[in-house]
Design a protein around this ligand. Structure first.
Ligand SMILES: C[S@@+](CC[C@H](N)C(=O)[O-])C[C@H]1O[C@@H](n2cnc3c(N)ncnc32)[C@H](O)[C@@H]1O
Length: 300
């Protein structure tokens, strides 16, 4: 019944109204969740401004049509609330309450579409970095409560001390890091995460491979475990073609587990639009049994 009402509304209402309603739904789900989980540690914060379309083009668009949609302010916030709620639910699934998180780092934060929503955790230290200086300038000018830094294409992150973050994320970033520097970045992320800390990052899994690659490329991906499109390739994502990155990097699940698993304990590999990896830096001083029930795959 609800599905029929949803489909009818989609046909009858202007797109912008549908986007607005969807944003309100996600915002409400997010707020209810964080208010309950954080209780006295919840802080109400305005969501902040929508970035200019040129910056969204470089971070969020699979193709030209998607760009129109993604640069709508309501869609920008809807996807941000949805994704951060999902990250918090993943943490909860593995017994981590956001109240116990004192510091968060996001690699490749872009316009802080995600990082900004963690400001609801009272007293948390938030740090974001990006290789694109335009993103960082915009973030610094518009989200003053968060620390932002520009980083180079290869590590180190000179602003970050060893073992300094409780939780780290990289959403749609290792998907653009070329294979020859991926291990350097994993080693750097391992250096700055505290023992026992959690790192959640995404990779281009089966869903994106089947959307963007043809039969020949899929065969090469299966054969080698990885396949890279460059910004000159017509199949590359729109964001990559317009200079948001120089590469779209595809990896099989087995290859991801081999590479990422040599730096972190792999707690879960969650299939979805992009696949999400839940990684933990082992703490030799504390023995922890993580939940072995898998977090549900994302409905696409
Ligand atoms: C698809 S966007 C995702 C942005 C953001 N994480 C989000 O979910 O909205 C990828 C971002 O990663 C950044 N990026 C790519 N390679 C990077 C690297 N080696 N170090 C830091 N940022 C990088 C790009 O500049 C871009 O802002």
């Amino acid at each position: 019944m609800l599905n029929i009402a949803r489909k009818t509304a989609k046909i009858l209402l202007p797109k912008t109204t549908v986007y607005h309603i969807k944003r309100l739904i996600e915002e409400n789900r997010f707020e209810q969740y964080v208010k309950t989980k954080l209780s006295a540690n919840f802080r109400s914060v305005p969501c902040g401004p929508v970035p200019p379309k040129e910056l969204i083009a470089k971070t969020a668009a699979l193709d030209e049509q998607e760009l129109e949609k993604q640069s709508n302010g309501d869609v920008y916030f809807e996807t941000g609330y949805y994704s951060v709620l999902r990250l918090l639910q993943i943490l909860e699934h593995f017994s981590i309450n956001p109240r116990t998180i004192g510091s968060i780092f996001e690699l490749g934060c872009g316009t802080a579409r995600l990082l900004r929503h963690f400001r609801c955790i009272d007293g948390v230290r938030l740090v974001g970095s990006d290789v694109n200086p335009e993103m960082i300038e915009w973030c610094k000018a518009n989200l003053p409560e968060i620390e932002f830094y520009h980083n180079e294409l290869t590590p180190p992150l000179s602003f970050a001390q060893d073992n300094s973050f409780d939780f780290m994320l990289a959403s749609s970033v290792f998907t653009h890091i070329p294979l020859d520097t991926q291990e350097l970045w994993l080693a750097e992320m391992q250096r700055i995460l505290r023992p026992g800390g959690i790192f959640i990052c995404s990779v281009l899994g089966q869903n994106h491979a089947s959307l963007l690659l043809g039969t020949e490329e899929m065969n090469k991906l299966r054969e080698k475990g990885s396949y890279t499109l460059t910004s000159d390739d017509s199949q590359a994502t729109y964001s990559t073609r317009v200079g948001g990155s120089a590469w779209d990097v595809f990896q099989t699940r087995a290859e991801v587990i081999r590479v990422f698993g040599s730096f972190f304990q792999i707690v879960d590999y969650i299939p979805g639009g992009q696949d999400f990896l839940v990684l933990r830096k082992p703490d030799p001083a504390v023995s922890v049994v993580m939940n072995s029930v898998p977090f549900p795959a994302e409905k696409i």
